[in-house]
Design a protein around this ligand. Structure first.
Ligand code: FES
Length: 208
């Protein structure tokens, strides 16, 4: 979205658009069968915002799986060493490399580290983010293949592209400079129960 159009969207309408787009994104993903349907809580508990326990053992390095928490898509990407290395390149190209300007959730302390890869301490290869674009709430697409391709720069290292207005995010979910999205993708509060089991929406401090 151009800057002039961006300015025409008042905050109240933007909130509505975000909510509408996010619900649409979840519905679309559900239709496409992209969600993993092994949620532990009941539907009623989920609607109330209960934490969700997920099993990430089936995700291969370099692959991502989509889960659902509070009606939002939550992505878990198992980053390869090569993918993690790209974050050094993108650090100077993203708008908020240290995630100092949160979208709707503060970056949890256990996801802050010197590499700014936003992975959980002890499990830094795994990226866990809410897959909702901070611009107007669309769900960005995976663009993990590096190199020139439509709608992306020639030096693309892999990341995510929002199909609505072209915001791009690196493999830590950090938005690139001069894009419509004003913030990085949210990192929810979560905790590891084991190397392969995560609870989304809860950590050592309690429920999110
Ligand atoms: S919703 Fe506008 S760039 Fe993502």
């Amino acid at each position: 979205m151009s800057e002039s159009i961006e300015k025409q969207v008042d905050p109240a309408r933007r909130g509505l658009l975000v909510a509408t787009c996010a619900v649409g994104g979840v519905a679309g993903l559900a239709t496409a069968g992209a969600f993993v349907s092994t949620f532990q809580p009941s539907e009623r508990a989920k609607a109330a915002g209960a934490p969700v326990e997920i099993d990430i053992s089936g995700i291969k390095p370099g692959e991502m799986q989509v889960y659902e928490w509070r009606g939002k898509p939550v992505w878990v990407l198992k980053r390869t060493p090569e993918q993690l290395a790209t974050l050094k390149e993108t650090a100077s190209e993203v708008a908020d490399p240290e995630s100092l300007k949160p979208y709707t959730m503060d970056l949890p302390d256990y996801c802050k580290n010197a590499a700014n890869n936003r992975g959980h301490a002890g499990h830094e290869a795994n990226l866990v983010v809410v897959g909702i674009c901070p611009h107007l709430g669309c769900s960005p697409s995976q663009k993990f293949t590096p190199g020139p391709q439509p709608s992306l720069p020639d030096n693309w290292d892999g990341g995510f592209l929002c199909p609505c207005h072209g915001s791009t995010f690196d493999l830590a979910g950090r938005v690139f400079k001069n894009k419509p999205a004003p913030n990085n993708l949210d990192v929810p509060r979560y905790m590891y129960l084991s190397d392969t089991k995560i609870v989304i929406g809860k950590d050592e401090k309690g429920d999110a």
